[in-house]
Design a protein around this ligand. Sequence first.
Ligand code: HEM
Length: 167
Amino acid sequence: MSTLRHFYRNIFTETILFFAVLVQIISGLKLFKSNRSTAKTGFEKLHIWTGLYLAIFLVIHLSAVLVGRYFLSLDTNFYFGVAGLNSFPLNLFFIPYYGLAILSFFGHNAAIHNKKMKSKILHLTPEQQSKTILILGIFVTLIIFYGLTNHFKGVTIPEEYKILIGK
Ligand code: HEM
């Protein structure tokens, strides 16, 4: 994060990034409304529902980052992201909240891949390729959660981040 921040957390890139996310949220909600009733296949339904979840998630997620940065004056680093995930009972919210976000990202891409892709890759049909993206998403989610909770050693939340978990 420290390395990548030089690229994504400067006024130029961050303005473009936030604007892109805003466009994505607004256009996504419009697309959800217009395509909701016509979605019939599994992938079509996955497409619209993961899109809706990503739109809601991004509004909450980016608001939280901005509140943390400007109102709580916290460095929105790893500990900011995972404080809730590593404390009971808040993790009952954060596990599905983050888990569905990552799964929705892969689910959304798998659905778009299924819609656009016409040819086989390594003997796999477009539908099999899309299912592979979904399976990859499940593995990536598990690996990320392993990293964010450091399952064997646990994560020690520094004092200044305990305000996030009501301590
Ligand atoms: C386990 C899941 C996630 C965690 C723990 C997490 C955590 C964080 C943290 C700590 C930041 C602040 C970064 C900084 O201040 O440098 C951040 C920013 C951000 N996240 Fe996430 N995030 C997660 C999932 C996602 C997903 C799935 C998306 C998009 C689909 C996303 C989009 C963003 C965006 C656009 C920013 C703003 C970057 C900026 O401040 O310039 N995040 N996230």
